[in-house]
Design a protein around this ligand. Structure first.
Ligand code: DAK
Length: 259
């Protein structure tokens, strides 16, 4: 598949998606949202890919939705754009493979929101995060009011959203928005090391953990625990469970087949 606003490459079991509109600081216009949805579909069908890294070209991760495109939208256009954005981020969040956001620079508005639809965020020391929407007369519309409080807690999320202030990577780490801050030149190596440390494990078990965690964050603990028991049981129908436990007992290296 050809893409205009992003690049997609495979490095072993890892897919790397780079949002690539550096002149607009990788702002998300309709075309880019559509392409992200398409690349997620492609990754979803590719059994060789076990982990995904999303990053940005140039000095930004994603500086938000495209303000130039949104500026003159009417209600209908805004609704359509909104539905597209939500559908794409939900698709990314529900992708049955872990996604790491390697945040290289500005992650603002829709960019911060896209990073939060990923499973794990690691940041370059040059990264900046924020939800500047109220300064533009809008509310965060791509999950910011929902995912940010789930990640950093209600008080911190409200402060960030109400003030529209930008925070640096160190502060993002302090409040738990990112897992790690690294030097800019080390960002992709760190992201790949993390991806590889996930990819060595049983892919179906990892996939089920993602589903159980995501589901459990939306429901009461009893429903979540019952879902956890169900996926735990399902693992025993996989070849990888037999392989993982047999390899342990036989004191040899394991070799998972994603089956
Ligand atoms: N949209 C379009 N162009 C952008 C952009 C954006 N978000 N951000 C930057 N650019 C463009 C600039 O216009 C400039 O273009 P030229 O003038 O060179 O043609 C170029 O990128 C470089 O930007 P600057 O010259 O401004 O660079 P600086 O270093 O001076 O400043 C900055 C960097 C990131 C601080 C600044 O560019 C900035 O404040 N950008 C806007 C950040 C922002 O407010 N982002 C939030 C946008 S609102 C929804 C889905 C999504 C959303 C809402 C609903 N639904 C599903 C319902 C999301 C909303 C948003 O993200």
């Amino acid at each position: 598949m050809e893409f205009k606003n992003l690049t997609f490459e495979k490095d072993g079991k890892i897919a790397i998606v780079t949002i690539n509109r550096p002149k607009a600081l990788n702002a998300l216009n309709t075309e880019t949202f559509v392409e992200i949805g398409n690349v997620v579909d492609e990754i979803s069908k590719d059994n060789e890919i076990l982990v995904v890294i999303v990053t940005g070209a140039g000095r930004a991760f994603i500086a938000g939705a495209d303000i130039t495109e949104m500026k003159d939208m009417n209600t209908e256009g805004g609704r359509g754009f909104g539905m597209l954005g939500n559908e794409v981020l939900r698709k990314l969040e529900n992708l049955e493979k872990p996604v790491i956001a390697a945040v290289n620079g500005f992650a603002l508005g829709g960019g911060c929101e896209l990073s939060m639809a990923c499973d794990i965020r690691i940041a370059s020391s040059k990264a900046k995060f924020g939800q500047p929407e109220v300064g533009l007369g809008i509310t965060p519309g791509d999950g910011g009011t929902q995912r940010l409080p789930r990640i950093v807690g209600t008080g911190m999320a409200k402060e960030l959203i109400y003030t529209a202030k930008m925070i640096d990577a160190k502060e993002a780490y302090r409040i738990g928005l990112v897992n790690k801050v690294v030097e800019p030149d080390d960002l992709m190596k760190e992201a790949k090391d993390l991806a590889n440390s996930i990819a060595v494990n049983a892919p179906i078990a990892v996939k089920m953990c993602k589903a159980a965690i995501n589901k459990g964050m939306q429901c009461d603990i009893d429903t979540g625990l019952s879902y956890e028991s169900a996926v735990f049981g399902l693992c025993f129908a996989t070849e990888d469970q037999k392989e993982g436990m047999t390899a342990f007992v036989e004191k040899r290296d394991k070799s998972f087949k994603n089956r």
